[in-house]
Write a protein that binds this ligand. Structure first.
Ligand code: UDP
Length: 236
């Protein structure tokens, strides 16, 4: 039944905060964990990248005067908080989970080692990549693109608050039209704000497809993991 063998699921930090406006809503984390658990029963290997926007965003802090690199390191630490929260939600459901951090913090997570990540996945463990790429000036979308390539994921699944990619912002323009599919190059050319250009180019250069779908519909994570066609596919 499963369409994919190995996938990378990207969840924004904002998704984790639910209706709270800041931080982590444990109910949201639990719901995501339930869907991941269900998909695992179809022998899909699942890696996760979780953003940090619900806690701290480097660009926003640097706009208010903070040094950009320092602010970005704080953002990366925020992703670790989310990674641990998600690990906890998964472990509560008895899903074996490992957090691998791009910045060494050995007391709380394993360091990121590509072969180790792959081995965990082969053993059926969910792998959460924390601390983004480990470098300032990047985003967790770029971390998702990078790690997906490194582990040989077949697709990046980007869970967002919108149900796909539109030609303009559907929250502002009621006539915005949704794409079923779009090429990487068009995504870049049209400057559609789905992901930053570094992440989109990395996916384009390595021909990795991206599916963009809404996290707000219950069951969507499970559906997309099982290969159901929802949202917008970026490929070609
Ligand atoms: N970040 C970074 N390098 C990375 C990944 C993330 O510096 O490789 C920092 C950056 O400051 C970013 C913050 O971590 O604003 C949180 O990540 P992101 O904004 O991508 O989270 P999301 O929007 O997905 O919640």
């Amino acid at each position: 039944m499963a369409h994919y063998e190995r996938v990378l699921l990207k969840i924004s930090g904002e998704a984790l905060m639910g209706q709270l406006g800041y931080g982590i809503d444990p109910t949201v984390a639990t719901n995501i964990a339930k869907e991941i658990k269900k998909a695992l029963s179809h022998n899909i290997q699942i890696a996760l990248v979780i953003g940090g926007g619900n806690i701290f965003r480097g660009v926003a802090a640097s706009a208010k005067g903070m040094d950009r690199s320092t602010a970005d390191y704080m953002g990366m630490l925020a992703t670790m908080i989310n990674a641990l929260a998600m690990q906890d939600a998964l472990e509560k459901l008895h899903v074996p989970t490992r957090v691998l951090s791009a910045i060494e913090m050995n007391s709380i997570a394993e360091p990121y080692i590509r072969r180790r990540a792959v081995r965990h996945l082969e053993k059926g463990r969910v792998v959460i990549f924390g601390a983004g790429t480990g470098n300032p000036y990047f985003s967790t979308d770029t971390a998702a693109a990078l790690r997906a390539n490194e582990i040989g994921a077949q697709i990046i699944m980007k869970a967002t608050s919108v149900d796909g990619i539109y030609d303009s912002d559907p929250k502002k323009n009621p006539d915005a039209v949704r794409f079923d599919t779009i090429s990487h190059i068009d995504l870049l050319k049209k400057e559609l704000k789905v992901m930053d250009s570094t992440a989109a180019s990395l996916c384009m250069d390595n021909q990795i497809p991206i599916v963009v779908f809404s996290l707000k519909v219950e069951g969507n994570i499970y559906r997309v993991l099982c290969g159901e066609k929802i949202g917008t596919i970026v490929e070609g």
